[in-house]
Design a protein around this ligand. Sequence first.
Ligand code: ATP
Length: 252
Amino acid sequence: MTTTQATSIVDVQDVSLAFGSVKALQNVNLTLAAGEITALVGDNGAGKSTLVRCISGIHKPQSGTISFEGEPVHFRSPEDAREAGIETVHQNLALVDDLTVWQNLFLNREITRGIGPIRFLDRKAMKEAADHMVSSLAVNVPAVKSKVRRLSGGQRQAVSICRAAGFSSKLVIMDEPTAALGVQETAKVEELILKLRDDGHSVLLISHNFSQVMRLSDQVWVMRAGRCVAGRRTIETTGDEIVSLITGSRDK
Ligand SMILES: Nc1ncnc2c1ncn2[C@@H]1O[C@H](COP(=O)(O)OP(=O)(O)OP(=O)(O)O)[C@@H](O)[C@H]1O
């Protein structure tokens, strides 16, 4: 397998996880380089989401080690992973339609003010911080006071990514971030993903869209039937080779 020269942010070593008789992950080894976009590809059921759930604290591997920034980690929950700097943008987005953009950005992370135990929500501070988050990533939303239900699919995705990129996150994991989007909205979200990398975030991208993988990623890991079967620098491979690695017509 091709290895990366850059410093790694995540090292997955010999990770296995079964659900009953289904071996979802079998001795998976891979590395995510810091400051890069890494794509994780594979057919349906290959184990991509399960691996991502292990990295983000949703599942606990039955064996093997996951290291984050060089240290082995044993996240007990997604909150643990978030605390360490790992944020996930889920396919269902987890936005609340009846809340505004700024309220969604600060959901469960509200800024408060007050004295001692008497605290009030600091709406002004949150709106100002939300304005800053949105403009620093050049996110295209009408206003941070807009209700999320009024936003397009692409704008909603942008708000989710913006939330994941804020609050000092280091690794942003995205599971099919453009699957439900049209061509123009996909292009905007792709720009945002590249901007995250330019701003120093590491990104792990699950995508079935090969042209997107080839356009955005620095490194591609291929999974098949619970195993990580190959890793390539994107610049050194082709969409055809990735497809043949996914299907198993070509290995290594
Ligand atoms: N919670 C679960 N309980 C039982 N089996 C599961 C569970 N989660 C995943 N699996 C099984 O583990 C295997 C890997 O699934 P996973 O969702 O990780 O694949 P994937 O590569 O993300 O697929 P897709 O591209 O379709 O989302 C599949 O056989 C799936 O049915």
